[in-house]
Design a protein around this ligand. Structure first.
Ligand code: SF4
Length: 364
């Protein structure tokens, strides 16, 4: 039985990543079968509860206010709207709803209270609830846990080294601190990254080192392929070959045997054969719905056809970790502290981010 190890080195992970493909696939599929049902894949729905206007400068993201993209910004959704969307997602086979808000960090106040109510509402629908809201403090993580949050997503995006070439408005250590804050609560951790941002294979391995050496390892690791969006600093990057995605999924499966590996953004560019190879290599979750926050994603019916073709079954909720209880706002034992943590702002210059920002000024 392959054990969860927390002492992976970059060299060891590179060795796994670069194995001959057939050997890599065989090893990954073997590990996968030790901890997971190979015919079950979780279907999750990603809901953008607050879109666009983000102050950060993530080079891949069309929601950053400083770049000129076609994204239509929206204020925070209402709780009934979120409930209606969650019910629709459940009816079409999703067992998990991930709510994303384009914020740098969570601020205590009415908007966060509204998100807490969304969490309570979805947990009561017996679905796994995940949030991705930016950096959070320990108190905020505890309040989310109390509302019934199942998972908190905070991606490392890439290696610590390459991070400086992607984002200048926050630091890699802030990501780790948020993950640590989530770990102090009962909420599970979802953290992964994006490949195809111009990084080296060493950076992919570096990101996996950062994730695999966390103890415990994240319960969920999304692997995204960059979707290059017009107006963002990474608009001109070529799509990555499917083989890179398969290698990344297989390596993630081997170094984090128990985690749910999520085949995330970039599926519209992948053939069914390519996706099937990713499932064989250990991916056991997809995001359903025609949009992934703001970028295109395959239609639910297409996915269900693919499931039928491959004999895959959607995973039921809470088969890995028990459903959290929901504590109502009036019974909460945590107060809103109104904290204003000093998250880092490195502020260094990233050439391509600056160019995209200047172009946006000319276009607006
Ligand atoms: S990835 Fe998140 S934090 Fe970065 S610009 Fe986009 S919405 Fe903002």
């Amino acid at each position: 039985m392959s054990e969860e190890r927390h002492n992976w080195t970059q060299e060891e992970i590179l060795e796994v990543y670069n194995k001959p493909m057939m050997e890599l696939l065989y090893e990954a599929a073997t590990v996968h079968r030790q901890y997971h049902d190979p015919n079950t894949v979780q279907v999750s729905t990603l809901l953008s509860i607050k879109t666009g206007g983000c102050p950060e400068d993530c080079g891949y993201c069309p929601q950053a206010a400083r770049y000129h993209t076609d994204i239509e910004g929206n204020d925070l959704m209402t709780v009934p709207h979120v409930k209606a969307q969650a019910l629709r997602a459940k009816a079409s086979g999703s067992s998990r709803v991930c709510m994303g808000a384009a914020w740098r960090n969570v601020k205590d106040g009415p908007e966060f209270d509204q998100v807490l109510e969304m969490v309570r509402t979805i947990n009561k629908l017996d679905m796994e609830v995940c949030c991705t809201l930016g950096m959070i403090t320990e108190n905020q993580a505890q309040r989310l846990a109390e509302a019934g949050l199942y998972a908190y997503n905070h991606n490392l995006d890439t290696s610590e080294d390459y991070y400086k070439d992607v984002i200048s408005t926050r630091a890699f250590e802030d990501r780790l601190e948020t993950i640590d804050n989530v770990r102090k609560s009962n909420v599970t951790v979802c953290s992964g990254g994006i490949i195809g941002m111009g990084e080296k294979v060493e950076d992919r391995a570096g990101m996996l080192v950062a994730l695999a050496t966390l103890n415990p390892q994240p319960e969920s690791v999304p692997i995204n392929a960059l979707v290059a969006v017009e107006g963002t600093p990474m608009a001109d990057l070529d799509p990555i070959p499917i083989w890179d995605m398969i290698r990344m999924v297989a390596t993630t499966r081997i170094v984090m045997p128990k985690t749910q590996v999520r085949l995330s953004a970039g599926r519209t560019e992948m053939s069914r054969e390519g996706q099937a190879m990713c499932f064989f290599a250990g991916a056991n979750s997809i995001f359903a719905g025609d949009k992934l926050l703001t970028t295109p994603n395959p239609d639910v019916n297409e996915d269900m056809e693919m499931f039928k073709l491959l004999g895959l079954n959607p995973q039921k909720p809470f088969i890995k970790v028990a459903q959290p209880e929901t504590v109502e706002a009036k019974d909460s034992k945590y107060e809103s502290l109104g904290e204003k943590p000093k998250w880092t702002r490195p502020g260094h210059t990233i050439e391509r981010n600056e160019v995209a920002k200047e172009q946006a000024k000319l276009t607006d």
